[in-house]
Design a protein around this ligand. Structure first.
Ligand code: ADP
Ligand code: ZN
Length: 529
């Protein structure tokens, strides 16, 4: 049977200096390390780039035994382990990508205590073989990384995480630490409960990433706007562009490449070799822009990502925060830029309505989306809005688009009433419903073939909205949809009023709207730290 791995360093600080070459601990690290190294359980909420790895690796190096790291990022385990080995740490991993002989070698090394750290994929931990193996050696610490994956309602749920709850009972006396960069109260509660961390100490860091400048603009022509944004950034800035579909990823990457940007695609539909090669280029070379689905980036440790751009709306603020959090881990000025428009709101509202899942799940998704939309449409500080979502308060930041240039608002009540009464009339008088395009044509009094065919030029609201441009109207509709004052319905995404619309039609609900800003000139990101 095994021997426990002997402690490799006399103190946490000693390990930090010799293994990583860092001078001192950062933020909560010292306290977490101290607490876990002396046998306590911990829940650590720390933003991406905050330095979570040190929080479990250092305790593993100063305690007797091998540190177990549960990580869902199979694709990255190899790189993580290689990086540790390069620093002189005896690390290994067990996952489904290995052949039996590689696995056997790791098992052989683990049992007699030759390893400092062993990374294991969550699905392996539900198997009696893996549990049996771990019991034959000696564990120093159990770290559960990306712990928010245990949250069923979160954006990254992984059923295997539910089986991690009894690790404490299975390995009594081994301190456990759960870590995540997702900090909503609900996720925090679920982690504590489902991972049986009732007696853990909680370390909640500030989620502010002051070096990231947040910018969200109205989408008119996503790719052109993206190009303009990228060109406004310092030359050869490394960046990630997130898009929803594989097709959009491919098209955007080739569009950018055609414009002279060193852009490459990344999505789950590409051959494994291509993905590996593209990821490697992004990590090792300067100035590569990866256009990707959200499959890309989880756990990617590239400190000098200068921008993260979204050309489609993320489904939740957690998702947005995680994705944008991949920018500027080195603390240098970085930008989180997004273009979002009417189509995004319609599409996402519809996806939720049509999606399977019970009513509670739909409601939850709706809440996620509403919070995301509120962030997009706010006229106040983006950072304040973002941090408030995570239950943290702050002053206006001075480093987001709304702080840098206060958005102008206008009274949209009359415009909203014109639009809503058009919708209501069509519905009541003719039993018809239409999408944004045709409604705008009616309001602006356009003479189209469709207008004549439907005799919509006879409507009393025909032409009453010609004081606004098509783009203005799209902005109005987007903002009303974002606030639930309109809803898409049916197969063709036609627009309907909602119960809340009544207050607007009666003139009782104020409708302040923001003037959209498109293609704002770049500003130097302030280097607040
Ligand atoms: P997280 O997992 O929280 O996103 P990491 O553990 O990957 O963060 O650390 C983020 C970056 O910060 C890494 O580049 C890491 O080397 C660096 N880092 C972590 N702790 C320290 C420290 N105490 N001093 C200096 N740099 C640190
Ligand atoms: Zn701000």
């Amino acid at each position: 049977s095994g021997h426990a791995r002997a402690p490799q360093h006399a103190s946490g600080l000693d390990a930090l200096r010799t293994v990583y070459g860092f001078e001192s601990f950062r933020g909560d690290q010292a306290e977490v390390v101290e607490h876990v190294a002396s046998g306590g359980d911990a829940v650590v909420l720390m933003p991406t780039g905050g330095g979570k790895s040190v929080c479990y690796q250092v305790p593993a190096l100063v305690r007797e035994g091998t540190g177990l790291v549960v990580s869902p990022l199979i694709a990255l385990m190899h790189d993580q382990v290689e990086a540790l080995r390069a620093n002189g740490v005896a690390a290994a991993y067990l996952n489904s990508s290995q052949d039996p002989s590689e696995r056997a070698e790791v098992e052989r090394a683990y049992v007699p205590g030759e390893l400092d750290l062993i990374y294991v994929a969550p699905e392996r931990l539900s198997s009696p073989q893996t549990r049996g193996l771990l019991a034959r050696g000696a564990l120093s610490v159990i770290a559960i990384d990306e712990a928010h994956c245990v949250s069923q309602w979160g954006h990254d749920f992984r059923p295997d995480y539910l089986t991690l709850g009894d690790l404490g009972e299975a390995f009594p006396g081994v301190p456990r630490v759960a870590l995540t960069a997702t900090a909503t109260r609900e996720t925090h509660r679920e982690i504590t409960e489902r991972l049986h961390l009732g007696s853990a100490r909680h370390f909640v860091a500030s989620f502010d990433r002051p070096n990231i400048q947040y910018r969200i603009e109205a989408k008119t022509e996503a790719r052109r706007q993206l190009l303009q944004f990228i060109r406004s950034q310092p030359d050869r800035s490394a960046g990630i562009v997130y898009a929803l579909s594989r097709k959009s990823v491919e098209q955007t990457a080739s569009f950018l490449a055609g414009q002279g940007i060193d852009a490459i695609p990344y999505h789950a539909g590409l051959p494994a070799e291509t993905r590996t090669a593209h990821q490697a280029r992004f990590l090792r070379e300067d100035g590569v822009v990866v256009v990707a689905t959200i499959a890309f980036g989880m756990g990617i440790d590239k400190p000098d990502v200068r921008f993260v751009a979204h050309i489609d709306l993320p489904k939740s603020v957690e998702g947005y925060y995680q994705e944008t959090g991949r920018a500027g881990r080195d603390g240098e000025p970085s930008v989180a830029w997004m273009a979002y428009g009417l189509g995004d709101v319609v599409q996402q509202r519809r996806l939720i309505q049509q999606g399977d899942g019970d009513r509670a799940r739909q409601q939850r998704q709706q809440q996620h989306l509403d919070a995301m939309l509120a962030l997009c449409e706010t006229v106040e500080c983006r950072r304040q809005n973002l941090l408030a979502y995570f239950g943290q308060s702050s002053d206006p930041c001075g480093n987001c688009d709304t702080c840098l240039e206060a958005p102008k608002t206008w009274d949209g009540l009359v415009a909203a009433q014109k639009l809503m009464s058009t919708i209501v009339r069509l519905q009541r008088e003719r039993g018809q419903s239409f999408g944004a395009g045709h409604l705008i044509d009616i309001l602006r009094g356009k003479e189209t073939e469709r207008m004549r065919r439907f005799r919509h030029d006879e409507l009393s609201t025909y032409g009453i909205g010609d004081d606004l441009s098509d783009q203005d109207w799209r902005s109005v509709i987007r903002q009303l949809l974002a606030r639930g004052l309109l809803a898409p319905q049916g197969e063709y995404n036609t627009l309907a009023v909602t119960p809340e619309s009544a207050g607007v039609l009666r003139g009782e609900t104020p409708v302040p709207l923001r003037h959209d800003v498109i293609g704002r000139k770049s500003r130097p990101a302030s280097a607040r730290k």
